[in-house]
Design a protein around this ligand. Structure first.
Ligand code: NAP
Length: 293
């Protein structure tokens, strides 16, 4: 994987004419995308749940930092009002996390929380800002909605049921939105493979008392192996957040952006493999990879 340098100094001293709003900029792909877009001349409204997490971003006339939890409708409405004067033409729904755990042990609340952020939050932001994007677009096709899904929005792996389900829902929402909004708003569905971000640290934070719940079940050994070996492999072989963000920024800049952007070699070949293999063989491969019998 080619490493892409971090863009630290925005070369544009003027207030830009086009702005993008990004959710989840405290780390990872969202944070990297702030620099990549600024480097391409965009102004960015960078948002994070804790405003202090945006402190490391270089200040400038092309950056506005705001607090936003995408699960809080009042914060979304406040953000919409506070950014009224900014010519925002792109919304990047990047905020998200992964809830792991075998479905048999997963509580309804855990599943609900996963959907609140990854699906309902993304939908609420889209609804709130679509009128803004339409209003600010100077020409048809200028507006962009970027929905960050995952390669797990097209296929499902064991132990990531809630996340798989939420990202399949994001794919469905993006594809439906594209059919409905018309050509004046371009909907870009981003499907990353594995990238090195805080994503995998968060996995273990949100699993709560799962280590207790798995004790004595068929999942105990499998989950432990999953969280150590496999995640270490991802961390080692995954691409950088900058590389992923650079691809997204480039796509957003195109006059005719792609409908779908699979980022990372794994995101491309795993999907092809799934399409080619008989279902029973595909399942056997996945179960073997994840230590299931
Ligand atoms: N990394 C990968 O391998 C990978 C692969 C496929 C798809 N993705 C997707 O890419 C997106 C970015 O993830 P990442 O890899 O960059 O992980 P990350 O470093 O953990 O970043 C996730 C961001 O989402 C934010 N977030 C979580 N819940 C939120 C909420 N309720 N409201 C607002 N922000 C919230 C986090 O903020 P806090 O710091 O406040 O928690 C953080 O800024 C996610 O949608 C993820 O599903 C990642």
């Amino acid at each position: 994987m080619v490493e892409v340098p971090t863009v630290t100094q925005p070369p544009h001293a003027k207030v830009p004419e086009r702005w993008a709003l990004i959710t989840g900029c405290s780390s990872g792909i969202g944070k990297a995308l702030v620099g990549q877009l600024r480097g391409r001349g965009w102004g960015v409204v960078a948002t994070a749940r804790a405003l202090s997490d945006l402190g490391a971003l270089d200040s400038g006339p092309d950056l506005l930092c705001k607090a936003l939890d995408v699960t809080d409708p009042r914060q979304i409405e406040r953000l919409r009002m506070e950014t009224e004067d900014f010519p925002i033409t792109a919304l990047v729904n990047n905020a998200g996390y992964g809830q792991v755990g075998p479905l048999e042990l997963l509580t309804e609340d855990e599943l609900r929380r996963q959907f609140e952020t990854n699906v309902i939050g993304l939908h609420a932001m889209t609804r709130a800002f679509l009128p803004v994007l339409r209003r600010n677009a100077k020409r048809p096709g200028d507006a962009r909605v970027v929905q960050v899904a995952s390669m797990l929005g097209r296929l499902s792996i064991p132990l990531a049921g809630p996340y798989n389900a939420s990202k399949h829902a994001v794919v469905a929402l993006a594809e439906t939105l594209r059919l409905e909004v018309g050509p004046e708003v371009r909907v870009i569905l981003v499907e990353p493979g594995a990238f090195r971000t805080r994503f995998r640290d968060t996995l273990s934070k949100v699993w709560g008392d799962l280590p207790e719940r798995v004790k004595g079940t068929r999942y105990e050994r499998i989950l432990e192996a999953h969280m150590t070996t496999r995640e270490a492999q991802n961390q080692r072989w995954g691409g950088s957040a900058e590389a992923c963000a650079a691809r997204i920024a480039k796509a957003m800049d195109r006059r005719r952006p792609p409908r779908r952007l699979a980022v990372g070699k794994d995101a491309i070949w795993v999907r092809h493999l799934k399409a080619l293999l008989p279902e029973a063989l595909w399942e056997w491969l996945l179960k073997r990879t994840y230590g299931f019998r």
